[in-house]
Design a protein around this ligand. Structure first.
Ligand SMILES: *Cc1c(COP(=O)(O)O)cnc(C)c1O
Length: 362
């Protein structure tokens, strides 16, 4: 039975990447020069680090006036590093509360000593649509506006055309839709993304920051591991970087390049998500609760509106080789993550399964 992994993260990786990793490790087994065993100061790894950075710059069209680094600690560490490094003037940030991870970012910024203002929220409506920036938003009061482009748990996305119009700096948590659709990097002061959703295994987070904005900050008093500048100045090797995770990331980036880049990923992701939403909208058993204009391409959330039934169907899906379809523990229901590496065949199998369940249940 062919199986499919709908996990929201760590998520599915391209099959050719897994094969490449296996063959690299097997080949290097006796030399002890595999990616799991070599120095990060070796020429072998330095080439990979530079390759990963170059591929990312090419795929996202990152201009030269932006720095790129690979940092450990996940998206969650960026909830702290971002305000510590980039909110040193007003000491205050604005947050669009579009979901669980936006709220977490707001809380973390507060805990590292910054003032935080939730300028709009859709929490009262279970985050089923995206909050919009209020007309009277005054960017001068804040160091930046924090945005979560894709809300992994709730299944909503600010697409490029929906980005809030601010005269100030915009920062984006793109953890779950980076390279899933094109974004114009120049619209952002900073972008970060944990790799384990759409870019690779867990262990590395990419961070992109506009150089002149970073240079204009006063970061006296924060520790060296928390300073972006140390990662940028040392080519992400201020300390030992996650060698294996960066090697795997480079393979995934190569796979994206070989498959037509971000524009082609976007096309495929639209086709996959549209097919599934189409089925859900026509289903008598399943429903997608998110406002259609705000729906995510990478995380499709749905439910039968009956918790016990949802849980039972998730189990049945597992028995049928469709893994990790349960929604986040905070919301329940179903979540099908359709990251770049998810093939259309997974969506077809899922729809076939849901259709059968619908006929059996009704
Ligand atoms: C998963 C996720 C995070 C948290 O990532 P960690 O690497 O677990 O810290 C943050 N933001 C978004 C949008 C996510 O999907």
């Amino acid at each position: 039975m062919e199986t499919f992994n709908f996990s929201a993260g760590p998520g599915v990786l391209p099959t050719p990447v897994i094969s490449q990793i296996k063959s690299d490790l097997a080949q290097q087994e006796f030399t002890h020069l595999s990616m799991l065993e070599i120095s990060h100061r070796s020429a072998q790894f330095e080439a990979i680090m530079n390759s990963a950075q170059q591929r990312l710059r090419q795929l996202m069209q990152i201009p030269d006036d932006y720095e790129v680094a690979f940092i450990q600690g996940g998206g969650s560490l960026q909830f702290e590093m971002l305000p510590l490094n980039l909110a040193t003037h007003q000491q205050k940030i604005a947050v669009l509360d579009s979901g669980n991870f936006a709220a977490k970012a707001a809380k973390a910024a507060q805990m590292v000593g910054k003032k935080v203002e939730i300028v709009a929220s859709s929490k009262a409506d279970k985050y089923r649509y995206l909050p919009e920036l209020p007309q009277n938003f005054n960017a001068n009061e804040y160091d930046y506006l924090h945005l979560t482009t894709n809300n992994t748990i709730e299944g909503t996305t600010y697409h490029q055309a929906d980005l809030p119009q601010t005269k100030g700096y915009l920062t984006a948590d793109m953890s779950s839709n980076i390279l899933a659709e094109p974004y114009d990097v120049t619209k952002f002061g900073a972008i970060f993304a944990g790799a384990q959703k759409n870019l690779g295994p867990a262990g590395v987070t990419l961070v992109i920051v506009k150089k002149d904005w970073l240079a204009d900050q006063n970061i006296a008093g924060i520790g060296p591991m928390m300073q972006y500048q140390n990662y940028f100045a040392k080519n992400s090797m201020y300390n030992t970087p996650p060698v294996f995770a960066i090697y795997a990331l480079d393979l995934v980036l190569k796979w994206v390049q070989d498959n037509g880049g971000v524009a082609e990923m976007f096309k495929r992701n639209q086709a996959k998500a549209n097919k599934l939403y189409d089925f859900l909208d026509n289903s008598k058993l399943f429903a997608a609760p998110v406002k259609p204009a705000d729906r995510s391409l990478t995380n499709v959330v749905f439910t039968t509106n009956d918790q016990d039934r949802d849980a039972r169907i998730v189990k049945l899906a597992t028995a049928n080789g469709l893994f990790n379809l349960g929604g986040h523990r905070s919301v329940g229901g179903f979540r099908a993550s359709l990251y770049n590496a998810q093939p259309m065949a997974a969506v077809d199998r899922l729809i076939e399964f849901l259709d059968q369940v619908e006929r059996d249940e009704l």
